[in-house]
Write a protein that binds this ligand. Structure first.
Ligand code: PLP
Length: 398
């Protein structure tokens, strides 16, 4: 009998399955709103000018590719810290911040999860309902039981504040709470500053461990603005985790550039915690890759390239906002049976459109428009050509 005869087929990743079906569709006006990437007006993933300049200089330097330190490129780690905590962060000055380069935001979550499993082996992890589809599987694979806390309110297309706060209060003390710092995936609905303050108070009271996931910094209201939740926790005196990603903000999806940042209680803790995080990395993949993080470090540490990047990121952010407004206007002009005004209030790449599974299915079968069954659409894949096709189809299936 073969070693593998009893291996069961793993469930298909729903988004990848959607992509396969989209690729096999022969309709020429098909639209894929399922993926989580930003595409430009031409429908392509942009290669940012700041990235091209940094890469050109790096290539010309023909630098040898030795192993990086386990924690990654020091100039990269420092740049990530300032982006998250601000350039005058007292925490950085006090030596309370550890940042290790990671294999994308996913790698940062996994390294953090593995370290936490050693630190709090019996803890429960709580994620928002709904959340990025990999959060649950990732923390379960790290060995934690994972629960949902109430988050999205379909009736108001907003946050279920009461449910959220109640659930956070009722979790076992010292639970690990995964929070989307900005541009919530999949809903596009973020917490207000008052909500964040209330969450912080419960976290403090219940001694929960906050794990802020920030994968879209700069896609909401701006680079600094989108870090507000991270800064709030930084000012609180609490210890916390942050996973961050440059996949979207640098349009470097395939380079896998992310970071795990941990705020400790004091400088002496920092060195012990760092030594343990390094063990997790060493036993998983030894040390991180060179290219993507070199590019990001070169951009963030050059005033000229950084200004260029900020402009390009601002253009992506503004374009998404324009698309959201245009979508709302077109649906209103088509006398759609629902008011979609909430789409303009949402932040980031995604929108919980409120479309039902049946409506999503009709969009696919009748119009060749692919969205996730939950009604999540990626606003960042719209453009002036496909938007009228999408809005007409949505108005037709309502
Ligand atoms: N966290 C959230 C909330 C995300 O939406 C994503 C990507 O879609 C990630 C983490 C993972 O980011 P990366 O692609 O850099 O691994």
């Amino acid at each position: 009998m073969s070693l593998f005869s009893a291996v069961e087929m793993a469930p298909r990743d729903p988004i990848l399955g959607l992509n396969e079906a989209f690729n096999a569709d022969t309709r020429t006006d098909k639209v894929n709103l399922g993926v989580g990437v930003y595409t430009n007006e031409e429908g392509r993933i942009p290669l940012l000018r700041a990235v091209i300049e940094a890469e050109t200089a790096l290539t010309a330097a023909h630098a040898p590719r030795g192993y990086l330190p386990i924690e990654g490129i020091a100039a990269y780690d420092k740049a990530v810290q300032t982006l998250l905590l601000g350039k005058d962060s007292p925490l950085i000055q006090q030596g309370r911040v550890i940042t290790t380069q990671a294999i994308g935001g996913t790698g940062a979550l996994k390294t953090g999860a593995d370290f936490l499993k050693r630190l709090l082996p019996d803890a429960t992890v709580a994620i928002s309902d709904p959340s990025w589809e990999n959060h649950r599987a990732l923390f379960e694979t790290a060995g934690f039981p994972v629960r949902n806390y109430r988050y999205y309110d379909a009736f108001s297309n907003g946050v279920n504040r009461g449910g959220l706060l109640e659930d956070l209060k009722n979790l076992p003390a010292r639970s690990i709470i995964v929070l989307h710092a900005c541009c919530h995936n999949p809903t596009g609905v973020d917490l207000t500053p008052e909500d964040w303050q209330a969450v912080l108070e419960i976290v403090r009271e219940r001694e929960h461990v906050p794990f802020l996931d920030i994968a879209y910094q700069g896609f909401g209201d701006g680079i600094e603005e989108d870090a507000a939740a991270v800064r709030l926790f930084a000012q609180s005196g609490l210890t916390f985790f942050v996973s961050s990603s440059f996949s979207k903000s640098f349009s470097l999806y395939g380079e896998r550039v992310g970071a795990l940042t941990i705020v400790t209680g004091d400088q002496e803790e920092t060195s012990r915690v760092l030594s343990q995080v390094k063990r997790v990395i060493r036993t998983n993949y030894s040390n991180p890759p060179t290219h993507g993080a070199s590019v990001v470090a070169a951009v963030l540490n050059s005033p000229e390239l950084r200004a260029m990047w900020e402009t390009e990121l601002g253009e992506m952010r503004d374009r998404i906002r324009t698309l959201r407004l245009a979508m709302v206007e077109q649906l209103a002009a088509l006398n759609a049976k629902r008011d979609f005004g909430f789409v303009a209030e949402q932040r980031g790449m995604f929108s919980y459109s409120g479309l039902t599974t049946e409506q999503v299915e009709r969009l696919r079968s009748e119009f060749g428009i692919y969205a996730v069954g939950t009604g999540r659409i990626c606003v960042a894949t719209l453009n002036t050509r496909n938007l009228p096709v999408v809005t007409k189809a949505i108005a037709a299936v309502l």
